[in-house]
Design a protein around this ligand. Structure first.
Ligand code: PLP
Length: 197
């Protein structure tokens, strides 16, 4: 489980740490900067789960331990350049767009095979798996179909020779469906920290 602490302050993160949690998901780089500064005494792994602009690559390379929202080559290139400067590497998941809404970011499904091949040019990026956000729907079958699609994409990619053990899918409202479809990791905000204002 990846606890998602976005919009909650350092005190909430400390309270979660008292329960043994050490990795936290955030969707804004500025928020990671602020919290990392406020919690500089603590050993925390920050995980980027939100849409990333390339001009944030420098901070990400410095502060994050993982990016789950890698969705385009331009971003891979920017992260790789910065990581080389920092002498670091990063675990990454490729975010795939399985939802039908236009607003959801992510790589188009059909682009995944070539994208995975091209990522091999960036050795600072350790590609560990896939991530998705399901369609927002009351219809459980429609939500579940998104998760199933991600698992099938992973299986096909593994058959094509890529090592992709991780599937990050499912949030507070839909994680049981994601687990049923093979999630190795669920991203939980509201159900841990309460509702965001
Ligand atoms: C906010 C967020 C979550 C957590 O959502 P909840 O519904 O609060 O559990 C998970 N994944 C991403 C990408 C998010 O932005």
């Amino acid at each position: 489980m990846l606890p998602v602490s976005k919009t909650f302050g350092p005190d909430a993160v400390r309270a979660a740490m008292a329960l043994g949690l050490r990795r936290f998901g955030e969707n804004k780089v500025q928020e990671i900067r602020d919290k990392a500064a406020a919690l500089s005494d603590a050993s925390i792994e920050w995980v980027v789960i939100g849409h990333l602009q390339t001009n944030k690559a420098k901070d990400v390379a410095r502060l994050a331990s993982e990016v789950q929202s890698l969705d385009r080559l331009e971003l891979a290139e920017a992260l790789h350049r910065r990581l080389e400067i920092e002498g670091r590497s990063l675990d990454v998941l490729v975010q795939v767009k399985t939802a039908r809404e236009d607003t959801k970011s992510g790589l188009p499904v059909e682009d995944l095979p070539i994208f995975l091949q091209r990522l091999q040019a960036y050795p600072t990026l350790r590609v560990r798996g896939l991530m998705t956000l399901a369609t927002l729907s009351e219809d459980a079958e429609e939500v579940r179909a998104c998760f199933r699609q991600l698992r099938e994409l992973r299986d096909r990619s593994v058959a094509a020779g890529h090592a992709l053990p991780r599937l990050s899918m499912g949030m507070s409202a839909d994680f049981p469906l994601a687990i049923a479809e093979g999630a190795t990791e669920v991203r939980i905000g509201t159900a841990i920290f309460g509702r965001r204002s």
